[in-house]
Write a protein that binds this ligand. Structure first.
Ligand SMILES: [Fe+2]
Length: 174
C-alpha cells in the first residue's frame, strides 16, 4: 500500500472519529436526562466527561500530525444516535427505558471500538512518520472505550449493588 494514500485515509478516519465524538458530546446530556437509574445516569455523565477528553486527545493527535482538527460528517454515529433518539421518543418507562438507553450506548461504543482499533493499526503501519505518542494516545483511547462499553453493559440489573466490579460486568467480551 502506498504510504501517502494510507496517510490520507488515516487522517480522513480521524476526522470521522472527531465528528463522531463531538456528536456524542452533544447527545449524551439527553441520554443522562432520560435515565431512571441513578447509577446509569452517573455512568452516562462520566462517559460524557470521558468523551470530552477524547475530543481533546484527538485535537492533540491532529496537532502532532500538523493537521487542522476538523470533522468530517460521521454517517455511522449520526445513524446510531438517531436510533437512540427514536428509542427515547418511545414510551418505555423506568428500567425498560434504561435497557433501551444501554442498548443504544453499546452500539455507540462498539462502533467506536471498531474505528479506533482500525486507526490504531494504521498508525502503527505508518510508524516511521508518526510520533510514537500518537500511537500511544490511540491505544489509550481504544482501551478506555473498551472499558466504557463493559461498564455500561454492566449497569442493567445490577441495581442495589455498590460499585459494580468490572469483572462482573455483562457484555464484557468487547
Ligand atoms: Fe464514522
Amino acid at each position: 500500500m502506498e504510504h501517502n494514500a494510507l496517510m490520507e485515509l488515516y487522517v480522513d478516519e480521524l476526522k470521522d472519529l472527531y465528528d463522531a465524538e463531538n456528536r456524542l458530546v452533544k447527545a449524551l446530556p439527553k441520554v443522562a436526562k432520560a435515565a431512571t437509574s441513578e447509577k446509569l445516569r452517573s455512568a452516562v455523565e462520566e462517559h460524557l466527561e470521558q468523551t470530552r477528553g477524547h475530543v481533546d486527545r484527538l485535537k492533540e493527535i491532529f496537532e502532532n500530525l500538523g493537521e487542522k482538527a476538523s470533522g468530517k460528517k460521521c454517517a455511522g454515529m449520526t445513524g446510531i444516535l438517531k436510533e437512540g433518539e427514536e428509542l427515547m421518543d418511545e414510551d418505555y418507562e423506568g428500567e425498560v427505558m434504561d435497557a433501551a438507553l444501554i442498548s443504544a450506548a453499546q452500539r455507540v461504543e462498539h462502533y467506536e471500538i471498531a474505528a479506533y482499533g482500525t486507526v490504531r493499526t494504521w498508525a502503527e503501519l505508518l510508524g516511521e512518520n508518526e510520533e510514537k505518542e500518537t500511537d500511544e494516545k490511540l491505544t489509550q483511547l481504544a482501551e478506555e472505550i473498551n472499558v466504557q462499553a463493559k461498564e455500561e453493559g454492566g449497569e442493567e440489573g445490577e441495581e442495589g449493588e455498590e460499585e459494580a466490579p468490572r469483572g462482573k460486568a455483562r457484555g464484557a467480551r468487547a
